[in-house]
Design a protein around this ligand. Structure first.
Ligand code: UD1
Length: 427
């Protein structure tokens, strides 16, 4: 298994190109299941999760044509997906267990084929992560769903019907699943208390390009008009706001100065406010955004994760890593997922002072961190350890980097181009 070695103490300086969003790409790729027409997606990142999704879609009968984006590596991959015929309506355990987003195929397969059998998901080891909202929403649209042998077995022999459904809790994945199912349902679907994440707006934009009327993206009420046939479409994936926030925190950690090309401040406003309060400067530039902390110390700030537009749970671990070196204390409260503090024992191995009280972690800044052997436990936890390592004395070896490869494209290349002492150790 690959490891990553980082020697801390170098300031990050230069520029980093932000990739297309992983969390936007996954549902956009699944949207190809809705139609026998072509869907072309530009700016798709090269990541393990994208390969897993391609594998899943291919076994449902989707043909895939992949080409490098403009400027070779710089703009990800252009994928052309076409589900001429659905060859299987089963999403097997072996693929779904690798990635929770696989559950997104449930709505589109059911809407198009009148049946689907999807394994209950696995994915990151953060909390229980149920799928009850996906199931309840599809039932409101007329589906019958049973759990049998670890699978969700869904049927809608006469097709799905448009419905009004209010989510009891905000869920990004369930909102996406229902939006796609609604695209082929008979009549209008109204989703209340829907997720407002930018990835939802990106999916709405793509569905509109495919010929599905969707209104209200970015608000808590989405209205989707079902259609009987879709059309060929091309869509460019938005930039990855979580990657943007992650590199902003890495730059802040090293008191560096980096331009994040393609990064968008408007997609991470709450994180920007938090970072500014902590003493980091962020400004929009023509090509993206500039992050620097060239003078002054970091200050401890309190953070609470919330659905968009609140502070993203996917930046919580990285923010905690940054706060381990701040002056003063920081209270970090996780409200979206339970058990999302698995990075804490690893950060402590590097000398961080963090105490957990239920869903909050109290981080007291320390004057220095020391390199150590640490283990990645999930995607965002693993990158938080890399951020800590960039400012630690000596070498850190990060084990189980396959977690990192699920969501960060060429991390070591992007960081070393800005002066970090980082290398991947193969095998
Ligand atoms: C997506 C993101 C993930 C991010 C998360 C929250 C993708 C591929 N992944 O995950 O990176 O951390 O949004 O921003 O886009 N819940 C239920 N029942 C359900 C579904 C969810 O109780 O049926 C709960 C979850 O356990 C969690 C909360 O709702 O506590 C939010 O989860 P959700 O928004 O669904 O996350 P994902 O879509 O899985």
């Amino acid at each position: 298994m690959d490891r990553i070695r980082i020697r801390g103490g170098r300031q990050l300086k230069g520029e980093i190109r932000i990739s297309g969003s992983k969390n936007a790409s996954l549902p956009l790729m699944v949207a190809a299941l809705l139609t026998d027409r072509k869907l072309t997606l530009r700016n798709v990142p090269r990541l393990a999760d994208i390969s897993t999704m391609l594998q899943l879609l291919q076994q449902h009968g989707v043909t895939v044509d992949a080409a490098p984006g403009e400027n070779g590596h710089a703009h990800g991959t252009t994928l052309t997906l076409q589900a001429g015929k659905i060859t299987s309506t089963t999403a097997p355990y072996d693929i779904v267990r690798k990635m929770r987003a696989s559950v997104l195929v449930l709505g589109p397969l059911l809407a198009r084929e009148g049946q689907a059998r999807v394994s209950l998901p696995g994915g990151c080891a953060i909390g229980a992560r149920p799928v009850d909202l996906h199931i309840a929403g599809l039932k409101a649209m007329g589906a019958e769903i049973d759990i049998d042998g670890g699978y969700m077995v869904a049927r809608a022999p006469k097709g799905l019907k448009g419905a009004r459904y209010t989510f009891p809790k905000v869920s990004v994945g369930a909102t996406e699943n229902l939006m796609m199912a609604a695209a082929l349902a008979k009549g209008t679907t109204v989703l209340d208390n829907a997720a407002r994440e930018p990835e939802i707006a990106d999916l709405a934009e793509c569905l509109i390009a495919m010929g599905v009327p969707v209104a209200g993206a970015g608000t808590e009420t989405l209205t989707i008009e079902g259609v009987s046939a879709l059309k060929d479409a091309t869509h460019s994936v938005i930039s990855d706001r979580i990657e943007t926030g992650t590199y902003a925190m890495a730059v802040a950690m090293t008191a560096g100065d980096v331009e994040l090309i393609g990064g968008r401040l408007d997609l991470i406003e709450s994180a920007v406010q938090t970072l500014r309060s902590a003493g980091v400067t962020l400004e929009q530039t023509e090509r993206g955004l500039r992050v620097h902390r060239t003078n002054g110390a970091l200050h401890g700030v309190d953070v609470m994760t919330e659905p968009f537009p609140g502070f993203p749970t996917d930046l919580q671990a990285q923010m905690m890593a940054l706060m381990t070196r701040a002056e003063g204390a920081s209270m970090i409260t996780e409200t979206v997922f339970e058990s999302r503090f698995m990075h804490v024992p690893e950060l402590s191995r590097m000398g961080a002072n963090v105490t957990i009280h239920h869903e909050s972690a109290l981080v007291r800044g320390v004057p220095k961190l020391r390199g150590a052997e640490v283990m990645a436990t999930d995607l965002r936890a693993s990158v938080s350890l890399a951020i800590a390592a960039l400012a630690a004395e000596g070498d850190t070896t990060l084990h189980r980097v396959y977690h990192l490869d699920r969501g960060y494209e060429r991390l070591e290349e992007k960081l070393s181009a800005c002066g970090a002492d980082i290398e991947r150790l193969k095998g």
